[in-house]
Design a protein around this ligand. Structure first.
Ligand code: BT5
Length: 266
């Protein structure tokens, strides 16, 4: 993959800018610079390696060269997306990847709400959605998507807070990074104007991991909460029936989700 092959692959899509880097600090930072420059998007930046890839809440994202896909989309937020629904952006990235993996490889990925894509119960992709504001106005959405393509992209166990895998390990065969990239971008752009539709929530919810199962919710400070995962609300928040009997919705960013019986996580 290089600048030329990227431009060729996306020649039919209405992208304002396309950039490929062999190495970059974080593709989300490049997209943020573009937003500051005034680009409206859609635009994409792809890197072979990130030296300081970011996860949520200051966590890091491992992107060694030659084996992973690190992508950020700079998107002009649809007018229907208000502040309270920004959590939908993570779902958008995760859903787009799932649909691409289903159509292209016949896989059955699941979404660990709000932002992880799982294959065989292990994390193969993470999404980092960031909003870019000018004053009070939401100016751009930056959707960073990290996908483990080949086995070397999977971090060593001591770096993980949840089991991880790569697409090639799950499939048992080689995968074209360009194919995954193209289908992911296409699905993101298809859903973007439709985030307010019930269809979007239903498509996301249909792929939720641990649905109707016992789960634990961690906020990093208090004792974990236990409950049953019911599904999604229309704003993309997670609806849970707590052990106390209370039914509550959680917003993305508040908590981390785990199955009650951990499948071998460390
Ligand atoms: C995420 O955060 O999963 C969001 C990851 C987003 C990465 C993309 S790559 C393109 C763009 N540019 C960036 O700089 N970021 C975005 P979170 O849910 O907080 O998960 C982070 C945790 O996942 C880490 O603390 C590790 O435990 C684990 N982890 C790190 N690298 C991983 C990898 N390659 N595969 C699986 N798990 C990983």
């Amino acid at each position: 993959m290089n600048q030329e092959s990227l431009q060729k692959a996306f020649s039919t899509l209405p992208l304002e800018r396309i950039a490929y880097f062999a190495q970059v600090v974080s593709t989300n930072d490049v997209a943020a610079d573009w937003a500051k420059e005034g680009l409206k998007g859609p635009a994409i930046v792809v890197a072979d390696e990130q030296t300081k890839g970011r996860g949520r809440a200051g966590r890091s994202w491992f992107t060694p060269p030659g084996s992973a896909l690190a992508l950020s989309l700079l998107l002009f937020p649809p007018s229907t997306l208000d502040y309270s629904q920004l959590g939908k952006a993570s779902g958008l990235g995760a859903l787009a990847l799932c649909e691409g993996l289903e159509a292209g490889f016949g896989l059955r990925p699941e979404i660990k709400w709000p932002n992880d894509v799982l294959l065989d119960g292990k994390k193969v992709c993470g999404v980092l959605a960031e909003a870019h504001w000018r004053g009070e106005e939401l100016q751009a959405l930056i959707l960073g998507i990290g996908i483990n393509i080949a086995p070397p992209s999977v971090p060593p166990p001591e770096m993980l807070n949840f089991p991880a895998t790569s697409l090639e390990s799950a499939l048992g065969s080689a995968v074209s990074r360009m194919e995954v990239l193209q289908s992911t971008v296409e699905h993101v752009l298809q859903w973007l104007p439709r985030l307010h539709e019930l269809n979007f929530i239903q498509a996301w919810e249909a792929r939720l991991a641990y649905r109707d199962q016992a789960i634990r919710l961690l906020d990093g400070q208090n004792e974990p909460l236990e409950g049953h995962l019911l599904g999604l609300r229309q704003d993309g928040s997670l609806e849970v029936s707590l052990a106390s009997g209370e039914i509550r919705a959680f917003q993305a960013g508040e908590i981390q989700l785990r199955p009650l019986v951990d499948r071998g996580s460390n």
